[in-house]
Design a protein around this ligand. Structure first.
Ligand SMILES: Nc1ncnc2c1ncn2[C@@H]1O[C@H](COP(=O)(O)OP(=O)(O)O)[C@@H](O)[C@H]1O
Ligand SMILES: [Mg+2]
Length: 358
């Protein structure tokens, strides 16, 4: 396998804080990899060890198989884009983009050509003579991106670069970043705490928590097969049950919870009495006025809240025992919504019950 970056058992301590705890990760050449996790889980620290801005307490960073752990930042063929664009306020857009090339004493005609190519890439043609204060947030971030990419880094590190943009602009920039990545083929390591952003953009997502890697995989796999309660809850919504395995046969097993007995696909080495969690995605649940007799898992409840979101509606439903579960229904046609107080039947098939061990 062609790895561009390998993190080998990276530990980073800040005094008593263990920001990274023996993190090992291999980044493939040309991929768009996201580091996803809650604030403080170590994403920025891992990115900074790659850039050479942070020295690991233990472990190695390899670039194309070569140990660069002690290589100074300026010698590394990587560039970083930060959440807050640190543009030079008294330089124009073109001068900002050209800055790194000027330092490298690149011949002037080459600088002009490369800056022009970057302006085209980030769709800022015609803005070359503006100053940063004359740009919107999104435009400033494009300049920051162009300034990093003009150096033709082997790896581009992006630390929540869209974090300060509003939702619509963020979504537009996500698609543009995907296109830029496709066009250039540069390896992107992208930090975000926004699960939707990570799912949208990445070839692979690295889920982190408390200085550890929890799970690595393509977006669909991370969403459909979370390996832990943390991953299931952090990526998307989940209805979570806690219980014990109460029966097992060939294809299915049953988990007894406080609310109901849930039929699930059988995991490999489950035993009767084992404590487990069951995760059900809210969009995999059906709602009906009458019992859903074709589904293995059924509940009856009453609607507490109806939350209309446009393409989907979320119902909060009080199940027997008082537990509130949230169910998502896609609105394929204009059907009347259930109102608070309505009695409803909830059901899902056994294959949509996912057993999690931790
Ligand atoms: N320079 C520093 N000095 C002390 N603690 C730090 C420093 N940088 C990061 N930390 C701590 O390390 C942990 C991980 O931080 P960080 O990598 O910034 O997380 P994230 O980017 O995922 O939000 C946090 O507990 C943070 O407070
Ligand atoms: Mg951070």
């Amino acid at each position: 396998m062609d790895y561009i970056i390998q993190f080998h058992e990276i530990t980073k301590r800040f005094g008593h804080v263990v920001a990274l705890d023996k993190v090992s990760l291999e980044v493939k050449k040309g991929e768009f990899l996201s580091l996803l996790g809650p604030s403080g889980c170590g994403k920025t620290t891992l990115l900074r060890t790659c850039a050479g801005l942070e020295q690991p307490t233990k472990g190695q960073v390899l670039l194309e198989g070569q140990d660069i752990t002690h290589m100074p930042a300026y010698k590394r063929p990587v560039n970083m884009v930060f959440q807050r664009w640190a543009l030079f306020p008294h330089k124009t857009v073109a001068e900002n983009i050209a800055f790194g090339l000027t330092i490298k004493k690149t011949p002037r005609p080459d600088i002009i050509r490369q800056v022009r190519a970057m302006l085209e890439l980030v769709k800022l043609e015609g803005y070359e003579n503006r100053f940063p204060k004359q740009l919107s947030g999104g435009q400033s971030q494009r300049v920051a991106l162009a300034r990093a990419l003009v150096m033709q880094p082997k790896v581009l590190l992006l630390d929540e670069p869209l974090g300060s943009l509003d939702l619509k602009l963020r979504q537009e920039m996500q698609i543009e970043l995907i296109n830029i990545h496709k066009r250039l083929g540069t390896t992107f390591i992208y930090v975000t705490h926004d699960q939707e952003e990570a799912l949208t953009m990445s070839d692979r997502v690295v889920v982190m928590n408390h200085g550890h890697i929890v799970q690595i995989g393509p977006p669909a796999q991370i969403y459909q097969k979370p390996n832990s309660v943390f991953a299931a809850q952090f990526i998307g919504q989940t209805i979570l049950f806690q219980g014990q395995v109460s029966a097992k046969n060939g294809e299915s097993c049953q988990v007894a919870t406080d609310e109901l007995i849930i039929t699930c696909p059988t995991g490999s080495d489950l035993h009767i009495g084992q404590d487990v969690f069951v995760s059900v995605r809210p969009e995999r649940v059906r709602l009906n006025d009458t019992p859903l007799v074709d589904l293995e898992n059924r509940l009856e409840g009453s609607i507490v809240n109806t939350i209309f979101k446009g393409p989907a509606v979320y119902y909060q439903i009080e199940a027997p025992g008082g537990r509130i579960i949230t169910v998502q229904q896609h609105l394929e046609q204009d059907i009347p919504l259930y109102e608070a107080g309505s009695n409803v039947f909830v059901g899902w098939s056994s294959k949509n019950s996912q057993i999690l061990l931790q």
